[in-house]
Structures are given as C-alpha cells and as structure tokens.
Design a protein around this ligand. Structure first.
Ligand code: AHR
Length: 626
C-alpha cells in the first residue's frame, strides 16, 4: 500500500477521546471509590436487591444486631446499629467488598459516628484481622458523647493481606449507637480524603481522557422517577447524603458523588460532562411506549416528573451549574462547593440532558423546558441532548428531528454493534450535516457473541475510530462504554477495564483508547491510500487517519490493518523527517492479553517504509512534525 499524506488539513475537535463513568459493575462503591467498608451506612434495603436489609454485610458476636431509626444522624441516613453490650463484649464485623485488602506499612483512616447511651462511655477497639486470625492493625476510639459525633483514628497495617475483615469491639456494659463505619486507605489518588482507589484512577488518567461523563447511562435517569439520580443528594457531608438504589442491582452510598467527580476531572485535566435526566426515567418508565400519560398515572406509574414539579426540577439542573461554576461567596451553591473544600469554580462547560430516552411527548416537553432554561441562563454552557437508543430506528430519526427543531448544540448517540458493522459503516458520519447539532458518540463498543474483549473487537473499534477522527469536525466527543467491571460483580460485558480488590486488568480495547487518547490532535490531514488490491472487502479493512497537534507540533499517523495478511506499506510525508516513534498493537483476533509496544523509528527523508502486520494498529508519531 501507499499512503500519501497531503498538505490539506481541517480543524477537528481536541476533545475526541473521553471516558464514560457509570456506576455499573460495582464501578463506584467497591470499585473506584476507595471506601473499604460495605454497607457502612446500614442503609442497604430490599429496594437495592431482593433479600438485602440494613444488616447486610455485617456479622455480630455477643448480641443481636439491632437496627434503629429513632433520632438518626440525618433523615437521609435513617438506619443505624444500636448495640447493647450489657451481657458482655460485642464484636461487629465487616468483610468489606469481598474482603479488605491491606498493604504492609500503609496507613488506614477509620472513622465512625457514635453516641453513648449507657452510664459509662464506650472505649471501642477497632482491628483489622486476616482470615488466619492475625491482627494487622488496631486502634481505640472512645465514644464519649451522648450526642452523635464523628470519631476518627488512623492505623498502619503491619502485614499484607488480601482478605482482611474489620472488627469493631464494644466493651461489656457499654450501650452505643453506631453509624457511618468507614475505613479508607490513606494512599488514595492524589492523596485525597474520601478519595479514589489509586491504581484504578491512575489507569483512567493514563488514557488522557479529555472529558468524563457521569453518572451514567441508565443510572442517570433511573428506574422510575423516584430513582432519578438527584445530584443534590450526592454532595455535602457524607452522613447527610442520600443513598440510592442502583438499577443494576446494588446500593449506592454516593460517597463518590458530584463533588468528588468534579474534583477527579480537575485532577486529570478532563472536562466534566455531567448527564442529568431529562425529567423522564429510563425509557420513560417501562410502559410509557404503550400507554398514555393518563393511563400510566392510573396504573400508579409515571412517564416523567409531574409537570407541576418540573419548575423545581429545572431549578435543580440550573443549581448544578451554579455548584460547579458559581461564586463561592455570593451564590448559594457556589458557597456549598466552597464548604466542601473547593472555593474555586470547576469551570463546567457541558451539560448532558437525557440518556438514550424514548423520544416521547413526555420527554419532549420536559427536555424543552430544561434546554430553554439552561440556554437562557447559561448561554456559554453546551447542552448535550439525546437521540434515543440507536437500535430503535424510528425513535432515533425522531430524536434527530427534535434536536434540530430545538437547536440543540450537540446530541448523544449510542450504539453497541458487531465488528462487521464497524468495518462496513466507516462512511457513517461522512455526510452528516456540518451545520446541525454536533455529535457526542457517548456509548459504543464492538460486541461479539459471548461478549469478549479481544484483538478483533479492539481493532474494529480502532478502524472505526479512524473514520470518526476523519469526521471529528462533526463528532466532537466519543466514549467507549462501559468503563469498569469488578470480578464477580459484573452485570454487563464487555467493559474497558476489569478489576478485583487486588488487580487492575485493562483490556486490549483499553489500549486502543489509550493509543487514541495519547495521540490525538486538533487538525485532520487528508491522505490518499492506494492498495494493490482495491477490492471493497480489502480496502474496508485498512484504516488510516493522520492528525497534527498544535500543542506539541507533532504529526500522528494511525494505521489499522484488519486483514489476515501483512501489508507492505510506504507512507509518503509532505516533508522530510528524521525520526519518529512507532507504537504497535497486534495479535491474532482472539488474543486478549497483548499490549502495545513502542520503538524508535529512523526516518530518512519523506518516505517511511513499514509493514503493517496482519491484525494490527500502528501509530507513527513524528516529533514536531519533522
Ligand atoms: O453502558 C451500559 C448501558 O447501556 C447504559 O447504562 C445505557 O445508557 C445503555 O443502554
């Protein structure tokens, strides 16, 4: 093959590669959120999962585990453990999320809310115990007050342990109420308190994402209107946050809430892209497609937030922008952000409204109210709308028509498709209207039967992304979905990164994202590809994309070969160059464990001869364009 790179270029988005964080597959609690205690708030319930209740995750020795709700710390957090050790010492035990991992020499912060109900204050002994009974760390806190108070102590682990448990020992004769039992490693990402698991957060940062979408996915609009992710319940003091049942079948403490999300974006230099429900729940509630609003109300269901409550909901959306950007002194929500430890604004530029909703009348009227209000009060914020689920064709067309009518600046498209679809649809965005709404390809992945992540899926995505990069004047943002999945707690495959308490395992698809994230540009350069065999089936399996990046001055050439044969290639540059780096990901289609390898490439003049191995992605990066 010959690839002739021209002098012609056009401006493209410099925010093309981002990440989509959804709390699915235990991505937050038990995952990225570094809290080690499960059900720390005693708020698990059968709404989270059938059979769960406030004692789930806890064991007790020496007494009954009584859950009380009288005078709790906060009405959002009504349940707590009422421990009566009148008959002897009591041990309250928590195994964390499938065990607590401890690292020798590292510090752990334990905290608890307690109040003493007995005559004598309770000196509580806290220890971290391994499965074979060794005590890795221990400390004491004294529950002295009769009012709720937070007690904190730190301890250091003397040993490494994969599966320790937390033991809280209440001495004989004490009577105490306990809540918000928490254990955090001190070694979190950027050492933040209430922080994120360092190895996972670093793996995300390594993608160099230009933006982070949060909190979903379906989690954003919830299973029914009571399950919509109300952002206000996810900020402020942890003990006053409103836990939420996660529609993927578990419990969200929302300790990783909106504040922590904005902070993470700032820490990794990515734009926040929060997505709020358009006033309608997941697919407008289960029956919305078949029933009128009146019928739904009659059945006790809702296809959206009642219209008389929509003004308040619209205000909530505006308040989120104020929380992110408002002045710390003169605005209510800016002040709350400052109280949470971040006086400076987070500089929010985007807000998503809706997540692959049915484009129903209920959706349209509510979306319009929110969109109009945001654009009037915050004209500089880019609203990202939705065009419904891709696989429901009529809805998708209607979604696009509606977005055009409402002048929505950008819309979110989703598609989970086969590698074959990606190979055959590389023209997909070529004819998109450049004057209409821009595109955020918010969820996509190549799906094969059995849903593996392998070289075939990764290269299909890499190939398709060459065509997206070519169209990155209209497709401004993309994010693979879903992002994270915890072993034994996975509801959806494939995912970009798998993990357990002990390890992080990026997939080959992750490395494709990383190659794009680390090699993006802001101008697309035209090139001409000439193949020895011009058959359609052959040419569709070769993808080329050339970009330049004004910041580094580099030219970056991405070459994808999905053919089962090596392709001898000459890349002809528009100037002569001396050296470059070459990074390559290759393997057989079923390979899951290969990683990209980088080497230095000597270039002599303007022609670069290279062989594109069968099933490979190659990135050639010319330093400062020369
Ligand atoms: O990414 C998993 C799910 O797929 C998202 O929650 C939803 O938006 C889509 O249907």
């Amino acid at each position: 093959a010959t690839i002739d790179i021209t002098d012609n270029s056009k401006a493209i988005s410099d925010k093309l590669i981002g990440i989509f964080f959804e709390d699915i597959n235990y991505a937050a609690d038990g995952g990225l959120y570094a809290e080690l205690v499960r059900n720390r708030d005693f708020e698990f319930s059968s709404n989270d999962r059938h059979g769960w209740n406030p004692t789930t995750g806890w064991a007790i020795e020496g007494a009954e585990l009584t859950i009380d709700t009288v005078a709790p710390i906060h009405p959002n957090n009504p349940h707590y453990a009422a421990i009566d050790a009148s008959n002897g010492a009591v041990e309250l035990v928590n195994n964390g999320f499938d065990g607590i991992k401890l690292t020798k020499g590292e510090g752990y912060n334990f905290s608890i809310f307690g109040r003493s109900k007995g005559a004598t204050p309770g000196s509580i002994n806290v220890s971290l115990v391994t499965p074979d009974g060794a005590t890795a760390a221990n400390a004491t806190v004294k529950i002295a007050s009769k009012e709720w108070r937070k007690y904190e102590v730190s301890m250091k682990s003397r040993i490494n342990a994969d599966s320790a448990r937390l033991v809280v020992k209440i001495p004989a004769n004490a009577r105490v109420d306990l809540d918000m039992v928490s254990l955090f490693p001190q070694n979190t990402f950027k050492n933040r308190r209430n922080g994120l698991r360092k190895d996972l957060a670093q793996t995300l940062a390594d993608l160099k994402p230009r933006f982070v979408r949060f909190p979903g996915g379906c989690v954003a609009h919830g299973q029914g209107i009571d399950n919509i992710y109300d952002w206000k319940g996810s900020v402020g003091p942890l003990e006053a946050r409103k836990p939420l049942s996660n529609l993927w079948g578990y419990h969200q403490t929302r300790g990783l809430g909106y504040h922590e999300y904005f902070q993470f974006c700032e820490d990794i230099n990515a734009e926040p892209l929060p997505v709020l429900a358009a006033g309608v729940p997941c697919q407008n509630s289960n029956h919305a497609a078949h029933h009128t609003h009146d019928e739904l109300t009659l059945f006790g269901q809702q296809d959206g937030i009642p219209m008389e409550e929509m003004d308040a909901y619209v205000q909530d959306v505006l308040d989120l922008i104020e929380y992110a950007n408002g002045d710390a002194k003169s605005t209510e929500w800016g002040r709350k952000r400052a109280e949470a430890g971040h006086p400076k604004p987070f500089n929010l530029k985007y807000i998503g409204i809706g997540n692959e909703d049915l484009i129903s009348p209920a959706f349209k009227v509510r979306f319009k109210m929110i969109n109009d209000a945001v654009r009037e009060k915050y004209p500089d914020i880019t609203v990202v709308g939705t065009v419904g689920p891709f696989y429901e064709g009529a809805d998708y067309i209607e979604g696009w028509e509606f977005a055009r009518e409402e002048n929505v600046p950008m819309v979110d498209e989703h598609y989970y498709v086969s590698p074959g679809w990606m190979i055959h649809n590389q023209h997909y965005y070529d004819n998109y209207d450049r004057k209409g709404p821009k595109v955020y390809l918010g969820e996509y992945a190549a799906h094969l039967p059995g849903r593996p992540s392998n070289i075939e899926t990764a290269l299909a995505e890499a190939l398709y992304l060459t065509s997206v990069e070519r169209n990155a004047d209209v497709v401004e943002m993309t994010s693979y979905a879903p992002l994270l999945a915890k072993d034994r707690n996975t509801q959806w495959t494939p995912d970009l990164i798998y993990f357990s308490n002990n390890d992080v395992r990026p997939t080959v698809d992750y490395y494709v994202q990383k190659l794009y994230g680390n090699n993006s540009g802001n101008r697309y350069v035209d090139s001409k590809v000439t193949l020895d065999n011009n058959d359609d089936a052959v040419s569709k399996r070769i993808g080329v994309s050339v970009v330049t990046d004004d910041k580094s001055g580099d030219m970056i050439i991405k070459l994808v070969n999905m053919l089962p044969v090596n392709v001898n290639t000459t890349v002809n540059l528009p100037y002569s160059a001396k050296s470059a780096t070459l990074t390559r990901l290759s393997g057989s289609p079923v390979d899951k464990d290969v990683k990209p390898v980088t080497s230095t490439l000597k270039v002599n003049g303007s022609a670069i001869p290279t062989t594109l191995p069968k099933y490979s992605m190659t990135v050639i990066r010319l330093k400062n364009g020369k």
